[in-house]
Design a protein around this ligand. Structure first.
Ligand code: ATP
Ligand code: MG
Length: 297
């Protein structure tokens, strides 16, 4: 269930850069998504997220192989497959940690493959990590507030001199973060160390931090890992709730089949980097190719 350990260090360094680079987005774009600066070909179509024959090779290994995805706006879309199938690598491609060897990625009709992680984040794509990435020296609230800076309006001058604008911005962020923590029943822990929370709550805190960037597309990488059955069921309800409340599109990677089948509207199955099935939960459950992929795991 855990990712390939030998690559964790590489991924940690690259993925962590998303958080630090996100802050740069505020400066380079003035904060906020959209951005009509991308002059490359418009993929068209009704999908909010689309990949077109997306491929990445690591030496001789084709980790993601000509993957086509078509995720609709507002959908809760499951991405499943056995260990090592390429799910986390797909998230790394979608968030700019990796650049595809070939193929294209489009988000809201703009091509995003090749963009830097902070540029993709500033267009409204946010994620959680399979291996929790909270800042150990920060409180619960501070962990969430770090993510808000992607939309900060203040300049470096405002921050250094602590101008009224800086104060207003911080207060606005704080209130928004506390509201998010409240939705996840975490507000009462706001002053505790983020990493001192029980594991299930740390996972929920990661989701809150991802939401603090006010994303349009949220990628969740095994959010139920390590949760007990009742926590996992609560999480399912929360995923639906945040989709409805914030008008999100959600891409969910998860091994807990109860959660996947319970919350996803469509599911795509990958095996050895290739898409082997796509359909409604009922169809996927009974698909012989899917059953074989899992039994062979
Ligand atoms: N940076 C890298 N360098 C070399 N190989 C890599 C790298 N990142 C991933 N891989 C390989 O790509 C394949 C897919 O890995 P990935 O972590 O995406 O799988 P996964 O579907 O997320 O698995 P799990 O369910 O265990 O988390 C694996 O064989 C992995 O070893
Ligand atoms: Mg993974």
């Amino acid at each position: 269930m855990s990712g390939a350990p030998e690559h964790d260090a590489v991924e940690a360094t690259k993925e962590d850069s998303i958080l630090t680079e996100a802050a740069r987005a505020a400066r380079s774009s003035g904060g906020g998504g959209g951005g009509g600066d991308d002059a490359r070909a418009n993929g068209g179509g009704g999908a909010t997220l689309r990949t077109d024959k997306c491929t990445i090779r690591f030496g001789g290994l084709v980790a993601v192989n000509e993957l086509d995805m078509d995720v609709h706006e507002g959908e809760i879309y499951g991405l499943i497959g056995p260990n090592g199938a390429g799910k986390t690598t797909i998230f790394n491609l979608l968030t700019g940690v990796y650049k595809p060897t070939s193929g294209e990625i489009h988000f809201q009709n703009k091509r995003i493959d090749g963009l830097r992680p902070y540029e993709i984040a500033s267009r409204g794509v946010s994620r959680t990590f399979q291996n929790i990435r909270l800042f150990p020296s920060m409180s619960v609230l501070e962990n969430v507030m770090t993510a808000c800076h992607i939309h900060a309006k203040q300049s470096l001058f405002d921050a250094v001199v602590r101008t009224p604008r800086f104060g207003r911005d911080e207060e606005e962020h704080r209130e928004y973060c506390l509201e998010l923590l409240g939705i996840f029943d975490l507000a009462r822990y706001k002053d505790e160390g983020g990493t001192s929370l029980p594991y299930g709550n740390q996972r929920r805190l990661e989701i809150v931090r991802a939401l603090a960037t006010r994303p349009k597309l949220l990628l969740l990488d095994e959010p139920a890992a390590g949760m007990n059955p009742s926590e996992a069921m609560d999480l399912m309800a929360l995923i639906r709730k945040i989709r409805d409340r914030f008008g999100l599109t959600i891409l969910l990677v998860e091994h807990n089949m109860k959660v996947v089948m319970g919350v996803c509207e469509r599911i795509q199955v990958v095996d050895y980097g290739k898409s082997i099935a796509l359909g409604l939960p009922e169809q996927i459950k009974n698909d012989p190719k899917v059953i074989e992929a899992y039994l062979g795991d």
